[in-house]
Design a protein around this ligand. Structure first.
Ligand SMILES: [Zn+2]
Length: 112
């Protein structure tokens, strides 16, 4: 995947025109809708309620900032790992948390 996501920050906004019990995720000057979450009902059973749809929108809206924070955290761990062994050579930290963070970054970038 070569493309990168729409630059953040993103924010949530109520969808006035399309009131499906969900929420928009907006970028830039709020004129760009990058995502829309919705209530979901199947066979009369509510699988995604309105509060859950809104919580999903908040999670999506935080994604660009979460991604940057994860990258910064991995970078800090890598620097600390290098300082503990060979300060002059870059060395990736191999801790379990870094593995989780690197997996999440790869997933966010379409590589996992
Ligand atoms: Zn680490």
């Amino acid at each position: 995947m070569n493309a990168t996501h729409t630059p953040g920050p993103w924010r949530t906004g109520v969808d006035v025109e399309n009131c499906g019990g969900g929420m928009n995720v907006l970028a830039a000057d709020d004129s760009l809708r990058v995502a829309h979450t919705a209530r979901f009902v199947r066979g009369g059973e509510v699988l995604i309620s309105e509060p859950v749809a809104k919580a999903n929108a908040h999670l999506i809206a935080a994604a660009p900032e979460l991604l940057e924070a994860l990258k910064a955290c991995v970078s800090d761990h890598d620097q600390l790992a290098a300082q503990q062994v060979y300060p002059e050579e870059p060395m990736p930290c191999g801790c379990k948390v870094c593995q989780q963070m690197k997996h999440a970054i790869a997933k966010a970038e379409g590589r996992a």
